[in-house]
Ligand binder design. Structure first.
Ligand SMILES: [Zn+2]
Length: 236
């Protein structure tokens, strides 16, 4: 898999591109500003414009050559297209995703290295993260709202860098999920996302530039999911 455009150009939300393949209702582009979804983060929303009109992008599918953009109906799109990612939706996904890292870091450090077993960001401004936490005190988990609020207030910088996969595997704690493995590029590199002074972990998603860009967040619910798992639900 080639490097994701969103990794190298997280701020570019509009791009003109040439079709490299098409079928009715779908067009393949080598580069795209759309995040295709993954790791619990929803795919970007937005539009595709070409000489024949404008349509919403309703789905994204990776293949070895690039990213298929699905549109309603059976239009056969060719030539140059203009891709436009919806900024407000992307910004909210970045916000939720960054907060999910903060919760993940707090649970990992304060609850004995507990690993993530599931994550889902939602379009309604909430997300849930599940952890392998048998016997955890739910009130102690709910109390993480105070350090979460403090980390937003501290406005810690968020950055990303690439590292050889084998090197990353040798560093304890960089792979934090039992459920999802972050993508490894065909160059053998994996992306490490750092919240300065708080956390480093492998991740392929999109994030804020600093924690202070987030709105205040609340822990709205703790659920037991079976004997092993606790689910933390957060809302902005
Ligand atoms: Zn992430």
């Amino acid at each position: 898999m080639s490097r994701a455009f969103t990794h190298d150009h997280p701020d570019i939300l509009q791009l003109e591109a040439d079709a490299i393949d098409a079928r009715p209702g779908a067009i393949l582009l080598k580069h795209s500003p759309f995040f295709p979804g993954g790791g619990g983060q929803l795919a970007d929303r937005g539009t595709l414009k070409w000489s024949g009109g404008e349509l919403p992008v309703t789905g994204l599918e990776r293949d070895a050559r690039g990213l298929w953009h699905l549109v309603p109906g059976d239009s056969l799109i060719s030539g140059k297209v203009m891709l436009e990612v919806e900024p407000a939706f992307r910004a909210m996904m970045c916000e939720l995703h960054t907060l999910a890292h903060v919760i993940n870091a707090l649970v990992y450090t304060r609850f004995g290295g507990a690993l993530l077993t599931g994550a889902q960001l939602n379009a309604d401004g909430t997300f849930r993260v599940d952890f392998d936490l048998p016997g955890a005190d739910n009130e102690a988990l709910r109390a993480l709202e105070a350090p979460l609020t403090d980390i937003i207030r501290q406005d810690l910088a968020v950055s990303a860098a690439l590292m050889p996969h084998a090197e990353a595997q040798a560093i304890p704690g960089l792979f934090r999920s039992k459920a999802v493995a972050p993508p490894v590029g065909e160059d053998g590199l994996v992306r490490i996302v750092e919240i300065l002074g708080l956390d480093r972990q492998a991740c392929g998603g999109t994030h804020l530039m600093s924690t202070g860009q987030s709105r205040p967040a609340r822990i709205v619910k703790i659920d037991n999911k079976g004997r092993q798992n606790r689910r933390i639900k957060v809302a902005i």
